[in-house]
Design a binder for this molecule. Structure first.
Ligand code: NI
Length: 270
């Protein structure tokens, strides 16, 4: 029973027909007992509204609401208020994805920093888990999370962990372990299956199984052997297989353990 902990049914490149077909495929996999669910992750206000709508429509679908660093330039106080309202909806399980992206720099860095901090504060206020996007900003993301109290004792007491998830984590084994020690979860996507990605393989080997999640980030980051094609939540299976190979476990054991971890992170009932 695979669980895709981070996907984008709300991606604006899908036509409504394509999106419907995608939902039907995942729904079929759920009915066949192959998948147990997925979290549709917001990246700006419209995509967060959509994620909430999708979670209403499909019982196996959950939503995260928030603004990605790329879209930080579109944020304002009214939109933050609307995200706060959406976060109160049933089946909204996290604030995210939020963070810093200094690779593309699609919003200026101070704007990214400002809305990253504001959304961590929102997650603290609402006592909700946080899904993090970090690219070429690993150290600063960590520092801001610490400064804004994402690893507070209050959060740890509430969740039984810090309620922080590093999505598609590309850091070193040492950095991954540091996050785990701080109470975070680590998620890997398709890139762990790419040839020559020794860094992520080594990181997965080091991080305890109890803190590891798998995801697709579909429609992006398609795993081998489908690299180059559009990704779908069903392909989370290939990431599970790779993690199984690294950990010396059976694919079905990895599927079950990562599903349980995802549910524990997001606070989704079993
Ligand atoms: Ni994403």
């Amino acid at each position: 029973m695979l669980f895709d902990s981070h996907t984008h049914f709300n991606n604006e490149d899908y036509t409504s027909l394509e999106r419907q077909a995608l939902f039907n495929t995942v729904d079929k996999a759920v009915k066949q007992g192959k998948m147990s669910g997925a979290v549709d992750i917001g990246f700006d206000l419209p995509s967060s509204e959509m994620a909430v709508e999708h979670a209403r429509q499909w019982d196996w679908c959950y939503a995260a609401v928030g603004c990605h660093p790329h879209e930080a330039k579109t944020m304002d106080e009214d939109k933050l208020d609307r995200i706060r309202q959406l976060a109160a909806e049933e089946k909204v399980v996290a604030i995210g994805e939020i963070g810093l992206d200094f690779h593309y720099d699609l919003s200026d860095r101070d704007t990214q920093r400002y809305w990253f901090r504001r959304q961590i504060r929102l997650a603290n206020e609402l006592m909700m888990p946080i899904t993090i996007h970090a690219r070429e900003a690993d150290q600063e993301v960590r520092d801001i999370l610490v400064e804004e109290g994402a690893f507070s004792e209050e959060r740890k007491e509430h969740f039984g962990h810090a309620g922080v998830l590093l999505h598609c984590f590309s850091g070193s084994a040492e950095f991954g372990l540091e996050y785990v020690k701080m109470g975070a979860f680590i998620s890997v996507a398709g890139p762990v299956t790419y040839k020559n990605n020794r860094k992520t393989v080594t990181m997965v080997a080091a991080v305890p199984m109890g803190r590891l999640l798998i995801e697709t980030d579909a429609p992006y980051l398609t795993p081998v052997p489908f690299r180059g094609k559009r990704n779908t939540p069903l392909f989370v299976e290939y990431t599970a297989n790779k993690v199984a190979e690294i950990k010396g476990l059976l694919p079905k054991e990895v599927a079950a353990l990562t599903r349980d971890n995802a549910k524990r992170f997001y606070g989704i009932p079993k």
